[in-house]
Design a protein around this ligand. Sequence first.
Ligand code: UDP
Ligand code: MG
Length: 309
Amino acid sequence: MKKISIIVPVYNEEGNIEQLVKELEDVFQAMPGLSWDIIFVDDGSTDNSLPLLIHLSEVKPIVQYISFSRNFGKDSALMAGFKASNADAVITIDSDLQHPPSLIPVFIDWWQQGFQVVYAFRKESNPHAGIISRFRSYLFYKTINTFSDVDIENGISDFKIIDRKVINVINKLPEDKPFLRGLFKWVGFKQKAIEYEPSERFSGSTKYSFDSLLKLATHGLTSFSTKPLNFAIYLGFTFSAVSLLYIPYVFVSFLYGWQRPGWASIIVTIAFFGGVQLIIMGILGLYLGKTFLQGKGRPRYIIQSSNIE
Ligand code: UDP
Ligand code: MG
């Protein structure tokens, strides 16, 4: 019998967990030919999520949990789930019920037909997202796609089924902070998108502020290409070329006695190039920071307790 693991990252979701378990049970009751379990990964919650998960794992044999020693981020939580699962395929789903569990049989169907990654794809007209949040995610994907080598569509979600083969590849990647949305594109394999409409959050509020989205975008950008580094070279060549044109102008103005007081133009030029140089140094610094962190080889997450052997 094939086995499926449902992997759920949890960060302060006490109001959602029981409802999610209930809905998942309903879904799998209709598919008696499959064995399944749920792996909750508590990402350092500060509310009652962990005691609730421990309780559920005691009364329901399908429920398993892993608890981090602090908040390590959603991708780390998912990675811990991948490592812990022994199933033939895993399904990653948010704990807030924005990802409708009713889509799971569809995922499994396509997976059984030979697709190794089947992911839910948000319809363009999302009635539950405000204009600001839609603009934010547009900006997020636009930046990543312009400057990096993998294409990640706006609307792609972390709700997906992933075959054991792909999980084994992901488990072996030694990257310090994997950017999963990009990695799942990057690994290739046979993939399929399924349109869905996200629901309203069941309870609680989103864990991503504008600030954390910005960090995620920079991370996605610098994880997937060195294109931003080329930026420095292009700028350098452009400005050198422009300054070459300036030399004849200086000579001619000297001959004809065109000199003018240059305070304003000098200040503007210094400020402009100072800014450009700092930006370039910042970009270099981002990459340097990455190699620094990778070099230390620290673990991606620290597990403080779990009921999985
Ligand atoms: N999450 C997590 N760690 C974090 C932030 C979020 O495990 O640091 C989980 C969260 O509990 C939820 C999922 O990731 O299950 C998606 O988070 P959220 O619903 O806040 O994101 P949104 O749907 O607003 O993009
Ligand atoms: Mg959500």
